[in-house]
Design a protein around this ligand. Structure first.
Ligand code: HEC
Length: 153
């Protein structure tokens, strides 16, 4: 009787082990990436990553002739542009129109600006437009990642 119970337990244990061995992969796959965004966004993380990658390429080809991230060139430097007041980079000589516009760069204002700067802020001096909506979305996703560093107050 005792021997028989042990055998049953033994078999039961073996079965449980092999069953468990078959399972770990699906279990691990269930661990989903933690969403560190403070507020919910309409895009999922994969789309956002794709947008940022596309934005990097577009930035180099479309904006790089006049802008760079950390230096003023023909246009002002872009680090920290998202969330900052338009026309506020020190040492950059903005048009009066942009300097006095009092707008803050967010998704909506950047989209309007890139669509047609002259329509958005008449008298500004950026002679460039980004007509494709998907291009603007990608560039804006990239600009959002250019957060100010400690070295750039
Ligand atoms: C032909 C040169 C040129 C190109 C190309 C260009 N820009 Fe500009 N950009 C400027 C100039 C000049 C200004 C300053 C405008 C003013 O003072 O009225 C400016 C200003 C800006 C500003 C306002 C920044 C601030 O500090 O207020 C943003 C944002 C911007 N550009 C984004 C872009 C993006 C994104 C691209 C690429 C899609 C781009 N620009 C392409 C010349 C350019």
């Amino acid at each position: 009787m005792i021997a028989r119970t042990s055998l049953v337990l033994f078999v039961a244990t073996m079965t449980a082990c092999s069953a468990a061995e078959d399972q770990p992969a699906p279990h691990m796959q269930q661990a989903s990436p933690v969403n560190t965004e403070p507020s919910p966004t309409t895009q999922n993380t994969d789309t956002l990553t794709e947008d940022i990658r596309a934005g990097e390429k577009l930035y180099a080809s479309r904006c790089g002739a006049c802008h760079s991230v950390d230096a003023n060139r023909i246009g002002p430097m872009h680090r920290g542009v998202y969330g900052r007041i338009a026309g506020s980079v020190a040492e950059y000589n903005y048009s009066d129109a942009l300097a006095q516009s009092n707008i803050v760069w967010n998704e909506q204002t950047l989209d309007q600006w890139l669509t047609n700067p002259q329509d958005f802020i008449p008298g500004q001096k950026m002679g460039y437009r980004l007509t494709k909506e998907t291009d603007r979305r990608a560039i804006i996703a990239l600009l959002k990642t250019l957060t100010p560093t400690d070295a750039t107050p």
